[in-house]
Ligand binder design. Structure first.
Ligand SMILES: [Zn+2]
Length: 142
């Protein structure tokens, strides 16, 4: 095992250059990583979405300085945000989740916007902590 590997459980990514313990996704250095994270998260999401060997998109334990990269996206696979932390409002405007969405144990520090969000399968928020405003207005659960 290399000491250059992220210390988050089962994460095999390399450590982020500005963090002694974690990769850019698991790093708690929100302010410092914000800009770079923005590009990396979109890349990571697309890679997992297009990876035929991966059944579930796993963004587990990710620390999100902000969250708007999924607006108007259509996500065909199940996706897990389990244990993730969201420091700015989670914007899911116009997002369509075709499969299960897992928000278990997540922390929303600035609420979540689910306006015009489509959950075609189950979405679960067990033990999620909310601060800020949560909008569940005009979303559809079938
Ligand atoms: Zn990691």
């Amino acid at each position: 095992m290399s000491y250059n590997i992220c210390e988050y459980k089962n994460c095999e990514r390399g450590k982020w250059k500005e963090d002694k313990e974690h990769c850019i996704f698991h790093s708690k250095k929100c302010k410092e990583k914000k800009e770079e994270f923005k590009n990396q998260i979109l890349k990571e999401f697309k890679e997992q979405q297009n990876d035929l060997n991966k059944e579930t998109i796993s963004l587990e334990g990710f620390i999100f300085p902000e969250f708007d990269f999924l607006s108007n996206e259509k996500i065909s696979k199940p996706i897990s945000f389990s244990n993730a932390e969201f420091y700015k409002k989670v914007d899911l405007k116009g997002t369509t989740f075709c499969n299960e969405v897992d928000f278990s144990y997540v922390k929303f520090f600035d609420g979540i916007n689910c306006r015009e969000t489509n959950f075609l399968k189950e979405v679960s928020f067990p033990w999620a902590k909310f601060s800020g405003t949560a909008f569940f207005f005009r979303h559809k659960i079938f």
